[in-house]
Design a protein around this ligand. Structure first.
Ligand code: ACM
Ligand code: ZN
Length: 546
């Protein structure tokens, strides 16, 4: 007897996806939730016009973005921009309409022979629809008089709301112009949260007007370790390393990010990773110093004193300015890798433990974080911290960034706290991505492209009820061994492209060989925009993906 085999959703999806590869739908990353190919092509020419459904500035800015892209890539002159409700033949229509509100950040993109229409309930969906449209255009920059775009109906929305990429600008300072590029690259991949790691042992990188020495002294280290640390023969370069962002520059960065629908989450590390701050204000440490910004990498025993009231007053002063600058709901307070030896030996810290009936130094750290949380909540914001903030008791409203594996995330979500998954095993983009012998020096680990592509942000151990506390995941970029923007780009791409698909696309659609085929087009786009991606997976010897 013949059996009727019902094809699974995955099989149906993959059939649709493979039928799209012959067309210019083949380069879209992250892959949209649904794509239904139509017949024929729309042609963008000098006669096409841009039609916006409203005079809303955000929508007009997206029309401008489209015009700028056509100019930059294909030497087009500006298409005329008109407002109105009536779709016109030959138009690219940007329509803001609650009816198109499939899911937050979602959009519908409809391409027929007559028109292109992108519709969303909110401007961010229109922005993402336009990013998808860009990926359906030729990836090379060359003068064109017409651009053929395949007919298709797309409905698309992200799986997760926190699609993050982090950057440590303390170990190596990165110029503002590079931060702009970093944000541009994030936008292409529909990543929406930039975790800006601004303070650490090796440098304080944000101007705080109340405490000018943080940047005058704390943004400078006297020299930097060369290569890997060795107790016997550590080699230093003898060259001071410095840099910080003025508050005006921070505002520019936040504005630039907002124009790309990216939230900037600032991180002010406490109570550990604080040597740069202590070098400027030694009275904040348990011993009183002197201290100096670290010249090598690692974890240092000198941390902020949890016994002194002045430590909390200082941090509140810093955070007041940080909160005034950054509109993000979350403020990252660090909390990782804080050794407890100084607190153990400090009479003031021990007195605090007695006064507050704290059983050990872990509870003292919890006291520290909870106190800062009260301050930040009082300003209408929320805290997020590395998973060490679970130790000694989680602050009542804190979100947790799970980096030492999945356990922190599982525990926090189990306590119904929001979580961002960023386990070192899959999400650390400072790890090697290829052969250690031939790759530039990296901190260690091994996270090749396929491994990050295979990452599942919702741990299997979580019940459906607790899984909803997983806001998403994030790639972390610690720059101990990345001294230049070009090196950062090399470490981040294409791995962040893989992560973007993990975070945006549906779980069922995840398929590495399809991703790699689409990456071939994406890599051409990287070349066009001058993104220094790691070419390992695209070299001729990698036949298996051809
Ligand atoms: C971390 O990597 N120390 C959060
Ligand atoms: Zn102390």
């Amino acid at each position: 007897m013949m059996k009727f085999i019902k094809p699974s959703l995955t099989v149906i999806f993959m059939t649709i996806v493979s039928s799209l590869f012959a067309s210019n739908l083949a380069g879209i990353i992250p892959v949209p939730v649904s794509m239904t190919p139509g017949k024929g092509y729309f042609r963008i020419t000098a006669k096409s016009s841009l039609l916006v459904s409203t005079d809303d500035k955000a929508v007009k800015d997206i029309a401008l973005l489209l015009n700028n892209h056509l100019k930059e890539f294909y030497h087009f002159s500006n298409l005329s921009v008109e407002s109105g409700q009536i779709a016109k033949k030959g138009s690219i229509i940007l329509k803001l309409d609650k009816e198109c509100g499939i899911k937050p950040e979602g959009y519908k993109l409809s391409i027929t022979k007559e028109s292109i229409e992108i519709c969303s309930a909110d401007p961010n969906g229109l922005f993402y629809g336009v990013q998808t449209l860009f990926q359906m255009m030729p990836p090379e920059k060359k003068a064109l008089s017409k651009i053929k775009i395949k007919s298709v109906e797309i409905e698309d929305y992200p799986r997760f709301s926190w699609r993050g990429l982090h950057l440590d600008v303390c170990r190596h300072f990165m110029p503002k112009e590079f931060i702009f590029k970093y944000l541009d690259y994030m936008a292409i991949h529909k990543l929406n949260t930039f975790h800006f790691h601004l303070t650490d042992d090796q440098g304080w990188r944000i101007e705080i007007k109340k405490y000018p020495l943080l940047t005058e002294i704390g943004s400078v280290r006297s020299e930097t370790l060369v290569g890997r640390y060795s107790k016997e023969n550590a080699v230093y370069d003898g060259t001071p390393h410095s840099g910080f962002y003025t508050q005006e520059e921070i505002k520019e960065i936040i504005k630039y990010a907002a124009e790309r629908y990216i939230t900037v989450v600032p991180e002010i590390e406490m109570p550990g990773h604080a040597l740069a701050a202590l070098s400027a204000y030694p009275e904040l440490g348990c011993t009183g110093g002197p201290y100096k910004s670290a010249t090598k990498w690692g974890v240092f025993e000198d941390v902020m004193c949890a016994g002194k009231e002045s430590t909390f007053q200082f941090l509140e002063g810093v955070l007041e300015e940080v909160i005034a600058l950054f509109p993000s709901t979350y403020i990252h307070v660090g909390g990782d890798e804080c050794p407890k030896v100084r607190w153990h030996d400090c009479p003031l810290c021990q007195q605090r433990m007695k006064d507050e009936s704290l059983a050990d130094e872990h509870q003292l750290q919890s006291y520290f974080v909870q106190r800062m949380e009260r301050f930040i909540n009082g300003k209408g914001r929320k805290i997020i911290g590395w998973d060490e903030i679970l130790e000694g008791g989680l602050a009542p409203n804190a979100a947790v960034m799970s980096w030492r594996g999945e356990e922190g995330g599982i525990s926090a979500a189990g306590q119904q706290h929001y979580v961002v998954m960023t386990p070192g095993s899959h999400c650390y983009l400072d790890h090697y991505q290829g052969d250690k012998e031939t790759e530039p020096l990296a901190i260690g680990g091994f996270t090749p492209l396929e491994k990050i592509y295979g990452y599942e942000p919702v741990p299997a151990a979580l019940s459906a009820e607790n899984a909803r506390f997983v806001m998403g995941a994030q790639g972390n970029v610690w720059t101990e061994y990345m001294a230049s923007p070009a090196h950062v780009e090399y470490m981040v791409y294409p791995r962040a492209a893989a992560l973007s698909e993990v975070l945006w696309s549906s779980k069922e659609s995840r398929d590495y060989s399809s991703f790699m085929k689409r990456m071939k087009t994406m890599v051409k786009r990287y070349k066009s925009i001058g993104l220094n991606y790691c070419p390992n997976e695209f070299s001729k010897s990698k036949k298996k993906h051809d």
